[in-house]
Design a protein around this ligand. Structure first.
Ligand code: SAM
Ligand code: DTB
Ligand code: SF4
Length: 343
């Protein structure tokens, strides 16, 4: 891997302004730093911008499951593959709000409503806008992920009280069409612009472990970092295994150290973005999650399920965050006194 000029190997801090002109070689050079130097650099930037002992907690709900016309090769919900998932209609607002209330009471600060659509129809959007307003009234941050949006649809969601819109680039430009053929990367970028222009905060990231190279993972981060504005939230999903989808033919779970390196590079490239350890935490050891938090990850999904796949159980998450002295709405920890010399 190439060592680019301007990347210090001694971990020195050169925390400049937020940049949108990252080069791939720079990202590769950061990724190739000795682990301690990379982590020190990421931690330094993290501490400049965030409380290093806090993680955000979000909760997900699939408000419309399965039967999706898109062919995303990793997804249980695509109608192109036989994944054994039963498709459902759009949930009723009262059920969504009841689930959001339970998520809030269980420690989630943000509630993300996800629908397996290529794009919402206007009558579906009426329903979702009602859900967004009602969840907002619970005092939670609202997020939705509904597929492609027009500018007018984005404006309607904003007016309903939507804080964040999740729309992932998923992978690098080079790997993209090995995974999805029914929509282009440019379609994704256009929706991100519509969301941004409407004044909604952007949640945008991708997936690792689908058979892509390290260069693809870094290419994805560079693409995100070079958007006109950095996404406020950057979800990094580890592919959660789903039977019957094409990604099974290529999938390879990343080396844990490679994952921590990737999180650290995300933190350095996008210093002010919240980086979420998203899907796939069920495969990560506590030690790997701790490394990722040290590298700058500062958000997780809580709850026993994500959309259609598993997430770590509540007790495991509470136990992990408690042992790390990390505060969140999940464990509601008070600051702890440092261990005494006798401990
Ligand atoms: N249909 C909408 C869309 O694609 O934007 C919203 C829901 S979709 C499930 C949201 C994101 O979840 C995808 O863009 C992808 O990054 C992630 N995702 C889906 N299935 C996954 C899996 N099995 N493992 C990890 N991430 C996954
Ligand atoms: C994101 O990047 N990850 C979440 C959220 N955005 C919508 C979805 C993860 C889905 C994992 C697969 C499943 O549970 O179906
Ligand atoms: Fe549909 Fe979203 Fe799944 Fe793609 S990721 S198949 S768009 S639900």
């Amino acid at each position: 891997m190439v060592q680019a000029a301007g990347v210090s190997r001694n971990g020195s801090r050169d925390i400049g302004p937020v940049r949108h002109d990252w080069g791939r070689l720079e990202a590769e050079a950061l990724y190739a730093l000795p682990f301690a130097d990379l982590m020190f650099r990421a931690q330094s930037i993290h501490r400049e911008n965030f409380d290093p002992n806090h993680v955000e907690t979000a909760s997900l709900l699939s408000i419309k499951t399965g039967g999706c016309p898109e062919d995303c090769g990793y997804c249980s919900q695509s109608a192109h593959y036989d994944t054994g998932l039963k498709a459902t209609k759009l949930m009723a607002q009262a059920d969504v709000v009841a689930t959001a209330r339970r998520a809030r009471d269980a420690g989630a600060s943000r509630f993300c409503m996800a629908a397996a659509w290529r794009n919402p129809k206007d009558r579906d959007l009426d329903e979702v806008c009602g859900m967004v307003s009602a969840v907002k009234d619970l005092g939670m941050e609202t997020c939705a992920t509904l597929g492609m949006l027009t500018p007018a649809q984005a404006a309607r969601l904003r007016d309903a009280g939507l804080d964040f819109y999740n729309h992932n680039v998923d992978t690098s430009p080079e790997f993209y069409d090995k995974i999805i053929t029914t929509r282009t990367l440019q379609d994704r970028i256009d929706t991100l612009a519509n969301v941004r222009d409407a004044g909604i905060k952007v949640c945008c990231g991708g997936i690792v472990g689908m058979g892509e190279e390290v260069e693809d993972r870094l290419g994805m981060l560079v693409m995100l970092a070079n958007l006109p504005n950095h996404p406020e939230s950057v979800p990094i999903n580890l592919w959660n295994e789903v039977k019957g989808v094409p990604v099974n033919d290529t999938a390879e779970r990343p080396d844990p150290i490679a994952l921590a390196r990737l999180v650290a590079v995300a933190r350095i490239l996008m210093p002010k973005s919240v980086v979420r350890l998203s899907a796939g935490r069920q495969y990560m050891t506590d030690e790997l999650q701790a490394l990722c938090f040290l590298a700058g990850a500062n958000s997780i999904f809580i709850g026993d399920v994500l959309l259609t796949t598993k997430n770590p159980q509540r007790d495991r998450d509470v136990n992990l965050l408690d042992r790390l002295g990390v505060r969140s709405r999940l464990n509601q920890m008070q600051p702890v006194a440092p261990p005494s010399a006798h401990d």
